[in-house]
Design a protein around this ligand. Structure first.
Ligand code: 5CA
Length: 159
């Protein structure tokens, strides 16, 4: 088993959720692929999106699949100007490759926020460390597990 998947399993096991991980035959690298694989609507997919501050620190925004992070709102929350983290920084801090970044099990935890839209669902799905593993979780449980601050920091991709 990959080290990335093992780290997610361990993080979920601490909350009794290990069994919620599903290995999918098809890719779950993108939110739309993950939604198709899980058979749910795209907003039930948790995107784990990392931004980098001017000082080099990373910030994690757990975002509903059909939403995008509003950079101005995200920068206000972080307290500094943000830009997209590059793939190498994401790998170094989280231990995950882009396309499989999980909300849990990061090598180094980052300050994090959660899109309040995710709380409208009974269940959401997130990456489990690889491009073909996802797990289901109640959004309030995910919020408690991660300590994410629930905020509105997005705009819809479809409006
Ligand atoms: N497994 C899926 C669903 S959970 C997933 O990881 N989706 S995701 O949205 O969280 O991760 C893909 C995100 O990585 C994209 O939204 C995109 O914003 C970001 N991304 C893709 N390529 C790069 C890149 N080269 N550098 C930084 N971020 C990237």
């Amino acid at each position: 088993m990959s080290k990335s998947l093992s780290r997610v399993k361990a993080a979920l096991a601490a909350h009794g959720l290990e069994a919620r991980i599903v290995e999918t035959p098809a890719s779950t690298r993108t939110a739309s692929e993950a939604a198709a694989a899980a058979g749910v609507e795209i907003d039930q997919i948790v995107k784990s999106i990392l931004f980098q501050g001017e000082g080099g620190g990373l910030y994690l925004f757990l975002t509903a699949g059909g939403n995008q992070v509003d950079l101005v709102k995200a920068s206000t929350l972080a307290g500094e100007a943000l830009s997209r983290a590059d793939a190498a920084a994401v790998r170094a801090i989280t231990g995950f490759a882009i396309g499989g970044v999980s909300p849990v099990g990061h090598l180094t935890p980052s300050p994090l926020w959660m899109d309040r839209h995710l709380l409208e669902f009974a269940e959401v799905w997130a990456a489990a460390g690889t491009p073909n593993h996802i797990f289901a979780v109640a959004p309030d449980v995910l919020q408690r597990m991660t300590g994410a601050v629930v905020e509105a920091f997005t705009v819809s991709l479809f409006s």
